[in-house]
Ligand binder design. Sequence first.
Ligand code: ZN
Length: 465
Amino acid sequence: MGRRGASDGTWIIGTLCAVLSACAGIQERHADKPVAIVGVTIIEVESGDLLAPMTVIIRSDTIADIGRTDQQPVPDDALRIEGKGRFLVPGLWDMHTHAHRRGRSAWHYPAYIAHGVTGIRDMGTDLDSATAHRASWRSDAIAPTVWWGSPPIDGAEPVLPFGVPVTNADEARTIARRFDNQGFRFLKVYDLIDPASYHALCEEARRLGLPVEGHVPLNLSPTEVAEAGQRTIEHLTLVLEACIPGTLAWVAADTTGDSMGLLSDGRLAASLAEYDSATAQVLFAKLAEAHIWQVPTLVQMRGAFFIRDSVFVNDPRISTLPADIRAEWDTYRNETPDTVLKAGCLVFERQLAMVGVMHRAGVPFLAGTDASAEPWVFPGTSLHDELALLVEAGFSPLDAIRTATLNPARYRGEGGKLIAPGSVADLVLLDGDPTQDIARIRQIDGVVLRGRYLDRDALDQLVAR
Ligand SMILES: [Zn+2]
């Protein structure tokens, strides 16, 4: 999400090429053979049905055949994977990442794949790094499929160092056309873009057929961006605020803050008792009707505020971090005032409860983590954390899984079943049923990445590196 003034990571551990060549041994192992997963239970995320025992045949990067195990022939030359007692889900998508700044992909990519994240939505990086990564991406690499958003389009003084300033309607139209020409899938909007520029941007984007996604700018409201046709709201920006009468007015009048600072400066926390359920229901009905996806990145907000909790201090995943990221998190933990963390924790708890209410009101959700260099957000495993938080908020485990599988596919405009002949073979093989307990989404025995099977050893190697 970006804290104003934060360094946003300072490490570089090598180029993407280094990762690709290091992974070459794994890639080539089974590249030419069909893969057969035999006797597995398929979790059909659309219906919620569990189909068993089934056999899935994969050729090249595609699911070629699926049938009942007693009826589905297995090619003689297939790499045979035992599926008995195991569960197959579609590859997971992390729908909010910043995986491409400052060589970060060398850390992020292997971690995503090792934890079943076969696709990511990139929510903005420097234009140069986006262009370079898009040009060098290869389908045979150990890399997720990337859905590219533009660099964040912001006000005259962008919050993020890689934000693009826009100060009037003409500039907004020009930047929309430029990012469209450059092949971005959507325009990302940020906190400080002014209403006139924002509406011009949306108008031009509509003409181009390009979605506008991102924050609710601080001078607008969730209702206004829904009416303008914005396709997503990240981090619940201004959603809780809109449910507390009077709050949007003081937010708009304050030109010093950003959406993240707003959560922890104490003013919002002090007004939580004034949350108005009737106002909220009207708003949620509007968001549901507009089908504007929410990407709450709960794990990012939790990571920003609960960092002195012993569970976070002692998280074993810290040992997997690059040294300077670890140092940056330590500094953040040691230097952030107690009052800020306390206020942030109160707001987070309220947002968590609100997410459950929104889900029951029919507002659609996507799972995203804000994996970048944000405190206590670990690329890959934090998506599992996000699904657990959605369950804590009141989602069924199946509905939580849908936010990282079915809903991202619908967001990308894909219809039909995800695990079906003709689909891209991005799959995760689990040793437990995650629809019974979301924690089992972490129990990964193997990952199929665009048809290539990576067993537990291969995944462990990715993480070790
Ligand atoms: Zn972000």
